[in-house]
Design a binder for this molecule. Structure first.
Ligand SMILES: Cc1ncc(COP(=O)(O)O)c(C=O)c1O
Length: 395
C-alpha cells in the first residue's frame, strides 16, 4: 500500500475522542489549542483486521472471564521470529498491561530499596521515575553527543557501574529519544560490562518494529549468541507498532527460570488480574493480519522525518538526530533559542505541544521531541511554525 492510500484510509482527527495527546492539552500544557506533537501515539486508525476482530468480540456480547488462546502466543512468537529472528518459547512469556508497569515491577522485585539502577540518558522519562518512585538510587550516564549524533561512552558506562555499585541497568532499544538502533558490537560491549559487574538488564524493546533504512533491530536476547539471556528481561509490545497503547497488552520475556518464578510470585501478590480480552484480540489480529498496514505506516513516518530534515536545512544550526528507530525526532535548538526561553518559544510562539528535552535527562534542556506518527500536514504546519519563529531569533 502506498503512503497516499494509507493516509486516505487511516489518517484521522482525534480531537474530542478522549485522546491524551489532543484532549488533555489544557491539562498537560495549559493550552487546549496547541498542535500536538507530544506523547508516542499516532493519528492513524488501526488496520481493518483489528477493527473487525474487535467488532466480532464486541458483538458477541459476552465480556466474562477470558482465556488466552494458544493462537495469541503463536502470533507473538511468529512475529518475533519472522521480524527479529528471536525464537521465544511460550513458557518464557508473561503478559503485562504495559511496559512501564513491567519496568516498575522489575525494579521492585529484582532490586532492594537503596540499590543503584543505571540508565543511559537521554531516555524515556518513566525510566527515571520507576527508579526514583521505588526509592532506588538513580544513576544516569549521558550518551556522547555530537551535533545530533548519539553514541555510547563505554568507559563512562562502566565507571558509573563501579562507582555506584549498580545492580540493574534499564536499556532502551531502539532508543527513545536518541533515535539509535544499537549495533551488535555496541550491545555486546554494554552487556559484557553488565556481566562483568553482575548487573541485571531490563531491555525495553517497545520500538523494535519501527526501524528504518539499513538498520536492523537486534533483540538483546540474541546478542553474542544469547550469552546474556540469563541476566535479561525483555519487554516488547504491539502498542507502538500498531497504535494499540490503550489495549494494555504487552509481552515480557523472562528466559531464566529462577527470575521467572520470582516474577510469578511477585505478580500473585501485586497483580492478580485476568487478561483483557480486547487487548488479546487486538494484538493477535494485528500480528496475524497487519503486515501491510505496518509497512505503510513506516513509510509515512519516515517520509515525515525526511520532510523535517529537508525543511530544516535552512537552519543548519539546529541539529536533528538521525531517525534510525522509533517515530520520535529529537531536535536540538540550543544554538538559536535560549534555553530559558524554550517553553515560551515552543508553546507561545510555535504553538506546539512537545516533549521537552529535560524530561529525558537533566542535560537536555533546549532539545524537543517531535512525534512523526501523524498526518504530514501536521508535521508541515509544525515545522513551518518552528521555521518562522526561528527566523525571528536569527534576526
Ligand atoms: C521506550 C518506551 N517504553 C515504554 C513506553 C510505554 O509503554 P506502555 O504504554 O506499554 O507502558 C514508551 C512509550 O512511548 C516508550 O517509548
Amino acid at each position: 500500500m502506498k503512503k497516499e492510500e494509507f493516509l486516505t484510509r487511516y489518517a484521522t482527527d482525534r480531537m474530542g475522542t478522549n485522546s491524551l495527546k489532543w484532549d488533555a492539552l489544557d491539562v498537560r500544557f495549559g493550552d487546549p489549542d496547541l498542535i500536538s506533537m507530544w506523547v508516542a501515539d499516532m493519528e492513524f486508525k488501526a488496520p481493518e483486521c483489528i477493527v473487525d476482530a474487535l467488532r466480532e468480540r464486541v458483538e458477541h456480547g459476552i465480556y466474562g472471564y477470558s482465556y488466552v488462546p494458544d493462537s495469541y502466543y503463536e502470533a507473538v512468537m511468529k512475529w518475533e521470529k519472522d521480524h527479529h529472528g528471536y525464537e521465544v518459547q511460550k513458557e518464557w512469556i508473561r503478559i503485562s498491561p504495559g511496559i512501564v508497569a513491567a519496568l516498575y515491577w522489575s525494579v521492585n522485585l529484582y532490586t532492594e530499596k537503596g540499590d543503584s539502577i543505571l540508565i543511559m540518558t537521554p531516555v524515556y522519562y518513566p525510566f527515571h521515575n520507576c527508579v526514583k518512585d521505588s526509592e532506588r538510587r538513580l544513576v544516569t550516564c549521558d550518551l556522547n553527543y555530537d551535533k545530533g549524533q548519539f553514541t555510547i561512552d563505554f568507559e563512562r558506562f562502566e565507571q558509573s557501574i563501579i562507582d555506584n555499585d549498580v545492580k540493574m541497568y534499564i536499556h532502551c532499544s531502539p532508543a527513545n529519544p536518541a533515535g539509535r538502533v544499537w549495533e551488535e558490537e555496541e550491545l555486546e560491549r554494554l552487556f559484557e560490562i553488565c556481566e562483568r559487574h553482575d548487573v541485571l538488564i531490563i531491555s525495553d524493546e517497545i520500538h523494535q518494529d519501527l526501524v528504518f533504512g539499513e538498520k536492523k533491530h537486534i533483540p538483546s536476547a540474541l546478542v553474542a549468541g544469547g550469552k546474556y539471556r540469563d541476566r535479561l528481561i525483555t519487554a516488547f509490545a504491539s502498542s507502538k507498532t500498531f497504535n494499540l497503547a490503550t489495549c494494555l497488552t504487552s509481552t515480557i520475556v523472562i528466559e531464566n527460570d529462577e527470575m521467572r518464578q520470582k516474577w510469578d510470585d511477585f505478580m500473585k501478590i501485586y497483580y492478580s488480574v485476568e487478561v483483557n480480552i480486547f487487548g488479546i484480540t487486538a494484538v493477535e489480529a494485528a500480528l496475524v493480519g497487519g503486515q501491510e498496514w505496518y509497512e505503510a505506516v513506516k513509510e509515512v513516518i519516515y517520509s515525515n522525518y525526511q520532510l523535517v530534515v529537508e525543511e530544516m536545512k535552512d537552519f543548519p544550526e539546529v541539529y536533528i538526530t538521525p531517525l534510525e528507530g522509533t517515530y520520535l525526532v529529537f531536535m536540538d535548538l540550543r544554538n538559536l533559542v535560549p534555553v530559558d526561553k524554550m517553553k515560551e518559544f515552543v508553546q507561545e510562539k510555535c504553538r506546539l505541544a512537545v516533549d521537552y528535552g529535560e524530561w529525558f535527562g537533566e542535560n537536555y534542556h533546549g532539545f524537543i521531541r517531535l512525534n512523526m506518527g501523524t498526518r504530514p500536514e501536521i508535521v508541515q504546519k509544525a515545522i513551518q511554525n518552528i521555521k518562522a519563529c526561528l527566523a525571528e531569533y536569527k534576526k
